[in-house]
Design a protein around this ligand. Structure first.
Ligand code: CA
Ligand code: CA
Length: 152
């Protein structure tokens, strides 16, 4: 009787052990994919100017050899918006100290009221000025040749 009881205990122990083994065994974890890091947009407000001097095609998105004033402004505005976000709020002003690195002098010149920030108006006025200076033949579009003459 003693033997039977201990055998039963052994069987139940084995059963428990088997159950535990099943419980403890973790499911094979799926490999965690590395987090996708989106490239940060440039925050230099006038970065389009640097891009254009390196390669005029950077501004000539449509590849038509004619960049209208609106296309010109739209391209510049992408970086301004990124710079505007730097101070935590999209309020239509970009902090110069945090955003302007390579073109600091240009940013300071554009900051007409000298408050250390570029308002959207200050920014677009300067973009207009850059466009007018580059548009040598005054036809209100920039050819690739005119784009290569863009300077801060
Ligand atoms: Ca300002
Ligand atoms: Ca022109």
């Amino acid at each position: 009787m003693q033997k039977v009881r201990s055998l039963a205990a052994l069987v139940s122990l084995l059963g428990l052990a088997a159950c535990q083994t099943v419980k403890v065994q973790p499911a094979p974890a799926a490999p965690v994919p590395p987090p996708v890091v989106a490239p940060q947009p440039p925050t230099e407000p006038f970065v389009a100017l640097l891009e254009a001097t390196k390669d005029p095609r950077a501004l000539d998105i449509a590849g038509t050899d004619h960049v209208t004033r609106q296309q010109f402004k739209d391209h510049f505005l992408q970086a301004f918006t990124a710079a505007d976000r730097l101070d935590g709020s999209l309020d239509g002003s970009a902090p110069i100290a945090e955003s302007c690195k390579e073109l600091l002098e240009l940013c300071r010149a554009a900051d007409v009221n000298g408050d250390g920030k570029l308002s959207l108006k200050e920014f677009l006025d300067k973009v207009d000025e850059l466009f007018d200076r580059a548009d040598r033949n005054r036809d209100q579009v920039l050819s690739r040749r005119e784009i290569t003459r863009l300077r801060p």
